[in-house]
Each structure stands twice: as C-alpha cells, then as structure tokens.
Design a protein around this ligand. Sequence first.
Ligand code: CTP
Length: 401
Amino acid sequence: MASSRLFGKTIVLGICGGIAAYKAAALASLLTKRGAIVRTVMTRGATEFITPLTLQSLTRQPVYVDVYDERDPGQITHIALADAADLVVVAPATADLIARAAQGSAGDMLTAVLLATRAPVVLAPAMNVHMLEHPLVVRNLAVLEGIGYTVLQSGVGALACGYTGRGRLLEPEEIAESLEMQLTPKVLAGKRVLVTAGPTRERLDPVRFLSNDSTGAMGYAVAQAAWRAGAEVTLVSGAPDRKAPLGVQVVAVESARDMLSQVSERMADSDMLVMTAAVADYRPVAQEPRKIKKNESDLTLSLTRNADVLMQVQAMRKPGAIVVGFAAETHDGDFYAREKLRKKSLDVLALNNVLEPGAGFGEGTNRLTLYFRDGRVIPLDLAEKLDVATNLIEQVAGLYC
Ligand code: CTP
C-alpha cells in the first residue's frame, strides 16, 4: 500500500442521521487502516442508523454523541476534540447539520466541535436530490464554502428514498482520497498539468492493432499525485479502462496520432507536461477498413514512423512551462537518458530500467532516476508507484521556484 498523508493524523469524523451513515463505518475503517487516529462524533440522529459501538470497535477510539457527556474533568471534550483534530470530515452531512453549521449553532457535540476547531473541515453531503437542490441548502453550503469549508460533490445514482439523481454519499475511497489531497502540500497550486499515460494502439484493421505492454499505472499515479498537489490535471490516456483518479479529467485516445493531437490542443495552456505514455514509434502504413483475411502465403507488414509527441509540441510550450519525458530502457540507461534529455529539449527525464525487479511494466512499484537539464541526477527509491509519482512531482515542482 502506498504511504498515506493520513498516517498519524487525528481525524474527527462527524456522522449525521441519514441512511448513508452506514457507509461512515467503512470510511472509519479505511482511515484507521491508513494510520489515522479517528475520533468519531455522532449526532443523535446518526445513532438511529448505526451504533457508537460499531465506530468504537472499528477505530479503537472513544465515540462522542452528547455534548454534556464530560468523561474527563481535566478538559472540556468538544474543545479538546476540536484542538486535537488535524482535519474534520462530516460524512454524511445532512441538510439539518449543514443548516445548523451555517448558522453557527453549537447545540450538539458535532456543531460545537465544528465551531471550536481551527482545522480544515470537509463536508460530504448526502440527501434526497430535491433537498440537495433546495435553494436553502445551496445557500447554506455556499456560506460554509465561503468560510473555507471544502464541500465534496455528492455522487449521482439511485438514492435510498427511491429517487435517482445527485445526493449519494461519495464512496469511502473517494472521501479518503479527498482527505489525502487536503493534507498534501500544494506545490502545484494554480498550475495546469497535462499527463499522458498508457500504450497507444496502432490499428491494422477493425479487429487488430499493434501495441505494447504499458498498463498506464505510472501515468495515472502521476496524475493523481499532481491533483493532490493542487493542480488542475488532464490525463490523455491510451489505457482508458483504468479507473480515473479523483478530480482528474481523462481524455481517451487510441493511436499516437490521436495522442499528438490531444496534447497539441492543450499544450499552450499547460504549465507542465509529463509524458509517461509509451507511444508507439511505428504504425502500419495502411489501416485496412475491412478485416485482413488469411491466405496460404506469409504476411509482411510495412510500418511507418509516428511523429514524436515531445519533439512536436516543444514549439507550442507556454513560457515557463516544464516538460518531463520518461525513458523505459533495458540497457545503457544513463547514456540514453542523457541523450533523450538533450535531443528532446526536456527539463527532466525520468529513467526507468524495465528489466530491474520491481520496476517493469505492470508492476505495483517503480524506481526512477531523474536527470535534470541543469545537470543534477537524482535517484528516487524503489517504492509504490504513487509514492514514486509524489516524489517526482515534488522534485519537478521545485523548478518553478
Ligand atoms: N515519446 C513521444 N512520442 C513518441 C515516442 C516517445 O513523445 N512517438 C516520448 C515518451 O512518452 C517518453 C519519451 O518520448 O516520454 C521517451 O520515449 P522512448 O520510447 O523511451 O524513447 P524513444 O525516443 O522512442 O527512443 P527508443 O524507442 O529508441 O528508445
């Protein structure tokens, strides 16, 4: 498992009285597994749906409901909880809690903690679609956003009330990802980052293509790390079946030519391009409109060169933009890394030796060595791809200073 920003952090988890409260148990478990100290505060309504003992068992921490339930004479519980929090998340946040929080009420333990804390607050609303769209709820959420709360957009789908629409509580993994983002230093705040990922497919006919072993995992990890670091991220992907990272816009492409056109379209507006894609260097000279039928003789394919995306888009760079290339090599890595850095006019070249155990295509881990235009060479540790990507983003973002 990749390392988590939640490790060792105290998270106050507020749970309100809605049917989605049952999902809060899974969230509490997930946050605890990532090493967070989860201190749960439930409204009275929440206890109608799920018991404090469930949360206490999952988090191995005391659970709070009643604001007058003072167990330790040495402290005032709602103030102690508010002060201990590195982050407060309310999931699900109901219309009632949102209204009371927007008014500055402090009549129960959860609103009292919200009012007393200086920690960042994240709300994950869940309710009927008509309630969520009601002008009063919209206004109350705007008030809370106005004072710096982060309001996560609810999911769309079948609601417990029988309606279909927006109002579902986000999945625990998505809420956890938002919290990871909250706790990540914003080294790319205000930046637009373009990432490419995966293989390209070069069509022979409607049912066949030439491609390679790239799975897109490294590119998806880079996109996720850039989003966590505060960037607006677009991922041009030749592996669109992968689950899109939260907050990242995915543009699906098939061929190297598609990839070139999608990258070119966005290049002038991007502050960074990270080309992790394994772009095919060649494509069949002819793409047959109908399936190629076999016969008794051998078949020879003629291939023609694809344009190099990195070379083509250099001239479209926005002033100050950073361009990062990747090189997957099996031998003489240092030599090829330096050559590609120079030939492709890159700011950074990330070299990975695909024959090294733990660093090949389809592995959960990777090891990169970063070659900078200014001559620095920084080897990164072998680690989970998301950790390697986080490290890469931090190193590369340093070039903006
Ligand atoms: N690249 C690209 N366009 C291509 C081929 C590669 O933009 N048509 C990019 C890759 O995304 C990567 C970098 O160039 O960031 C290096 O790719 P690689 O395939 O390792 O190098 P090549 O230049 O293709 O050289 P070779 O295949 O000879 O190793």
